[in-house]
Design a protein around this ligand. Structure first.
Ligand code: 8DG
Ligand code: MG
Ligand code: MG
Length: 146
């Protein structure tokens, strides 16, 4: 399979927290990922980010900006993604809706420090595994923070 492009969105609130969702029904099921999806033919990164966030959470986002890119090979699934990470903000007080319940179990707000604790034994986030492209962000871009 040729590499594909995935767009992942840090949808930030006024407290600097962002949305993560527990995946279901496709690769990475059970792992936590950002809202996002495949870049479609002819689309800009920003248009894709806004479209996927709206489709999945019902949130309108603004102040979109490019943040980073990673390279992730899903060995077991024989898939390869370039992920473009986009930052954006949503309206104050807005809450994500579970618009694709067949693809996502739930949405939660987390901080960057909390995300880094996912999977850590003894923390309240023990047992939570991150979707591979998010792990790649930590590994390939160690200086990055949202
Ligand atoms: P689509 O086919 O409707 O466009 O996408 P989807 O149904 O929303 O699929 P998805 O699995 O959520 O996103 C498509 C791919 O984008 C995913 O399989 C791999 C890539 N992707 C990354 N990083 C991230 C991420 O952090 N979140 C999401 N949702 N997708 C990501 O490479
Ligand atoms: Mg998606
Ligand atoms: Mg899509």
């Amino acid at each position: 399979m040729d590499p594909r492009v995935g767009i992942a969105v840090f949808v930030l609130n006024a407290q600097g927290k962002f949305i993560v969702g527990k995946r279901k029904g496709s690769h990475g099921a059970g792992t936590w990922a950002l809202p996002g999806g495949h870049l479609e033919f002819g689309e800009s990164f920003e248009t894709c980010a806004a479209r996927e966030t709206l489709e999945e959470t019902g949130l309108d986002i603004r102040d979109l900006r490019y943040l980073n890119a990673t390279n992730s090979v899903f060995q077991a699934e024989n898939k390869h993604y370039i992920t473009i990470f986009i930052g954006a903000v949503c309206e104050e007080g807005a809450e994500p809706k579970l618009l694709e319940p067949e693809k996502c179990e739930k949405w939660e707000w987390v901080s960057w420090d909390e995300l880094k604790m996912f999977g850590q034994a003894g923390s309240e986030f023990e047992g939570r595994e991150l979707f591979l492209p998010v792990t790649s962000l930590f590994e390939q871009r160690p200086d990055f923070r949202v």
